[in-house]
Write a new protein. Structure first.
Length: 497
């Protein structure tokens, strides 16, 4: 029989909390806000040794007690000054999760999938700390790690069929984490049948792909996808070319040799590949969709009803690509190289109707539309045929003028944690509104609450978009109709009849 109990010391600062599950007893702590916290809980066997580049395996039952007061190691990754998790402890042994709640029973569960382009990131990044969100709302917040880059998304299938699922191991890790959560979260006060997965950038792409992945069916009921949709993925032939390039750079003969190499040696070869890819690193490690574990065409699967029964809240920031424009002087080359949809011919045709936008903003706006906004709206449109969908445009601007309403500007307002370089002092009012909307959606599938005006549902016939900023929340109809009409064909020409 599974039992739950808490042990508290006299002083709140030293309070501890213990939870017993079939996989062991986890000894966490209660923070100064009264939030019960468990960090670094393993959700699968460490993917090391013989388990490197293999699907995550279920942990054996245990009666041991584990300390759960420290974040687990981030997945292996190159250091990146824009990714805090890349400077933390890193290891191939990274499959852990973290849990925050202020207490209660049968609470909605919000599972965060971090961003970082599938090459960087981790749940230990301070921006993703769930304590402030859990302190203010009756929810259980969970954040997870998953394998990245060459360990989680390099497709070695063409080199050795025994490694056929290596192009999407990170997504399989996410499914394993969600399975652990469904089995155990009730012991932490969560409702296993009221789970929302939410994420930004690569986390939103992951959430979107999980919507149409058969292996994830029943593990969650709602999705919040912030700046990421179903059309960010790799074709098997493209990801196989990347694996071949990696093998050549390292002088490796086969997978058996790779399995014997140290983490450090593999990372040296990965860094060589990273440098050779240059701009392409932004898309090189997207999950491989081969029609086996992940659908061959996720957008088609969504349009055909593969996510029937899943409620969706989704949207973008108003100026996604200003983030890259600030940190990358050659951003036009980046966009042209990494995003083949943005052709010179398309730009010449599109710009004729948008001359009111001055350069370089005009080119960035096409990138925003084609890579993010239009794809995000099509995902909303397709899913609205099967369940409730709410769409937003986050137009709050960063205090760093050049960034504007850039990619990731929404994160400080979801977690109420500052983001160095983007937003160091998020507006308390906007934090309260965003958290109230996100948590209301996680609770009952509807973001409406007393702090915001009525947020109407999105549909193909009534394209309602909630514009979000500190000045006002405003629901617009057909806010992006012209661009959607002009550019949707770039996506839909690849869909089946």
């Amino acid at each position: 029989m599974i039992r739950k109990f808490f042990i508290g010391n006299i002083r709140a600062a030293e309070q501890t909390c213990k939870i017993k599950t079939r996989y062991g007893t986890y000894n966490g702590f209660v923070d100064k806000q009264g939030v019960q916290t468990w960090l670094g809980i393993p959700y699968a066997k460490p993917p090391v040794g013989a388990l490197r580049w293999h699907a995550p395996e279920t942990l054996p039952p245990s009666d041991k007690t584990f300390d759960a007061k420290k974040f687990g190691a981030s997945a292996m990754q190159d250091e990146d000054e824009t990714e805090s998790a890349s400077s933390l402890e890193k290891s191939e042994d990274c499959l852990t999760l973290n849990i925050w709640t202020r207490g209660g029973k049968n609470l909605p569960v919000m599972v965060w999938l971090h961003g970082g382009g599938f090459v960087n990131g981790g749940s230990g990044d301070p921006i993703y700390n769930g304590a402030n969100l859990a302190a203010s709302h009756d929810v259980v917040v969970v954040t997870i790690n998953y394998r990245l880059n060459l360990f989680g998304f390099m497709n070695f299938a063409a080199i050795d069929s025994a490694f056929a699922d290596t192009g999407y191991l990170g997504i399989k890790d996410q499914v394993a984490a969600l399975t652990w959560i469904k089995e155990n979260i009730s012991e932490f006060g969560g409702a296993p049948d009221n789970v929302t997965i939410f994420g930004e950038s690569a986390g939103a792409i992951s959430s979107s792909l999980l919507m149409v992945t058969p292996a994830a069916k029943g593990l969650f009921q709602k999705v919040i996808a912030q700046s990421g949709h179903h059309d960010f993925y790799n074709l098997p032939e493209h990801s196989a070319e990347l694996a071949a390039q990696f093998m050549e750079l390292g002088g490796y003969k086969n997978m058996q040799e790779l399995m014997t190499k140290s983490t450090a040696e593999l990372m040296i070869t990965y860094e060589k590949l990273y440098n050779e890819l240059s701009f392409m690193i932004d898309v090189a490690f997207f999950p491989t969709c081969d029609g086996k574990f992940l659908p061959a065409h996720p957008f088609q699967a969504l349009k055909n009803g593969a996510a029937r029964g899943i409620k969706l809240l989704t949207g973008t920031t108003a100026e996604e690509y200003k983030y890259w424009a600030l940190y990358c002087e050659d951003y036009r080359e980046l966009l042209a190289t990494a995003h083949p949809k943005i052709t010179p011919e398309l730009y010449q045709s599109w710009q004729k109707n948008h001359l009111e936008i001055e350069e370089p903003e005009r080119y960035l706006e096409l990138a925003n539309q084609l890579d993010w906004r239009v794809g995000q709206e099509l995902a909303a449109e397709y899913q609205s045929a099967f369940d409730d969908v709410y769409f937003y445009l986050f137009s709050q601007k960063s205090p760093v003028e050049e960034l504007g309403s850039c990619h990731a500007i929404d994160l400080p307002f979801v977690f109420n944690n500052p983001s160095e370089g983007i937003e160091s002092n998020p507006s308390p009012k906007l934090v309260n509104q965003v958290q109230a909307a996100w948590c209301a959606f996680a609770t009952n599938g509807d973001p409406n609450n007393d702090l915001i005006p009525t947020w109407k549902k999105y549909s193909a016939a009534d394209r309602q978009t909630m514009e979000i900023n500190s000045a006002a929340w405003t629901c617009h109809k057909d806010l992006n109709a012209e661009n959607l009409s002009e550019l949707r064909g770039v996506y839909e020409d690849t869909l089946l009849d």
